[in-house]
Design a protein around this ligand. Structure first.
Ligand code: R5P
Length: 322
């Protein structure tokens, strides 16, 4: 496709969604004041995915919104099939908007004979034919480099920081529940203009962590503990107990990706935690119920909508986070 046709085509912005997170896709479209693209994503009787786009997309600038969240493998294949379908329907440009990038926690060979799934998934997405990717709070920022195409890395901290500002907490401190989260905790600490501390957590099994000590003074402070993911809830529940032992006042947990698998919500409900604020990168579908009034769900759809608008009109995306 020549450059002129490609640029003219980009005037038509369209957003499609798979089955992983249609609510966020609808809210993105509300923000952009467009209707959601018309597509059918169903199943054949044997469980294979059946997909058809029901409108003309030739020469359009297409954004497909899909989280790689449970059911992880189905949602990943839906995304790959969507990209393949859009490419074959002659779109001008395809952007995968991935609010939650799953398989990200295996981002290096930390022992022998293990896969690097974060790279494998990037390869699959590129091979399917995508032109660019928008991802939110990647588990490790270097995953951007696993793609040889542009990646816009979006952060949820403006949404969570607004929430914490509205709570007007006195004597607050940001805490990272592990050393890996220091960079993101620093972003919160600078945006909220408060100090930070770090919990020294080590993972000893998929559901088990060990906490050594806390770096920083949390005594008599209201803690805002930030993590990118809550999966089993083990890390956060254990860190909350240690922080309480160290004299912390109320503990507020803020997380972008609420996987909340197994008994995670129960575990958090029985931990010394006042509130768990999560975003809607992954639909909760009732898994949060055991947390009752303790849960707050914030939407990242406007952030994603604004990123899509800026990509479409060739404006800076990083300027959203200064
Ligand atoms: C670890 O590096 C992550 O940031 C999270 O702390 C971790 O994935 C949470 O897992 P879980 O909720 O199962 O402890």
């Amino acid at each position: 496709m020549d450059q002129k046709t490609r640029i003219e085509g980009l005037s038509k912005l369209k957003v499609f969604t798979g089955n992983s997170n249609p609510d966020v896709a609808h809210k993105i479209c509300e923000y952009l004041k467009i209707s959601l693209g018309d597509a059918y994503v169903g199943r054949f009787p044997d469980g294979e995915i059946d997909l058809k786009i029901n409108e003309d997309i030739r020469g359009s600038d297409i954004f497909v919104v899909q989280s790689i969240c449970p059911p992880v493998n189905d949602n990943l294949v839906e995304l790959l099939m969507f990209i393949d379908c859009i490419k074959r329907a002659s779109a001008a440009r395809i952007t995968a908007v991935i609010p939650y990038y799953g398989y990200a926690r295996k981002d290096r060979k930390d022992e022998g004979r293990v896969p690097i799934t974060a790279k494998l998934v990037a390869n699959l997405i590129c091979e399917a034919g995508v032109d660019r990717v928008v991802a939110m709070d990647l588990h490790a920022a270097q995953i951007q480099g696993f793609f040889d195409i542009p990646v816009d890395h979006i952060f949820a901290f403006p949404v969570l920081c607004e929430h914490y500002k509205s709570l007007n907490l006195s004597d607050a401190i940001v805490v990272s529940p592990d050393v890996g989260g220091i960079k993101i905790a620093r972003a919160y600490s600078s945006k909220l203009n408060i100090k930070m501390a770090v919990v020294d957590k080590r993972r000893v099994g998929p559901e088990e962590t060990e906490v050594g000590f806390v770096i920083g003074e949390v005594k008599d402070k209201n803690v805002i503990m930030i993590d990118d993911i809550i999966a089993t809830g083990g890390s956060i529940a254990q860190a909350a107990r240690v922080l309480k032992e160290k004299g912390a006042k109320d503990i507020y947990v803020g997380t972008t990706h609420a996987i909340l698998c197994g008994k995670a919500a129960e575990k958090l409900a029985s931990a010394p935690i006042k509130e768990v604020a999560v975003t809607d990168t992954i639909p909760l579908d009732g898994r949060e119920k055991p947390l009752g009034e303790k849960i707050s769900v914030l939407t990242i759809s406007e952030l994603l909508g604004e990123a899509i608008r800026r990509i479409h009109t060739n404006e800076s995306v990083s300027a959203m986070f200064v």
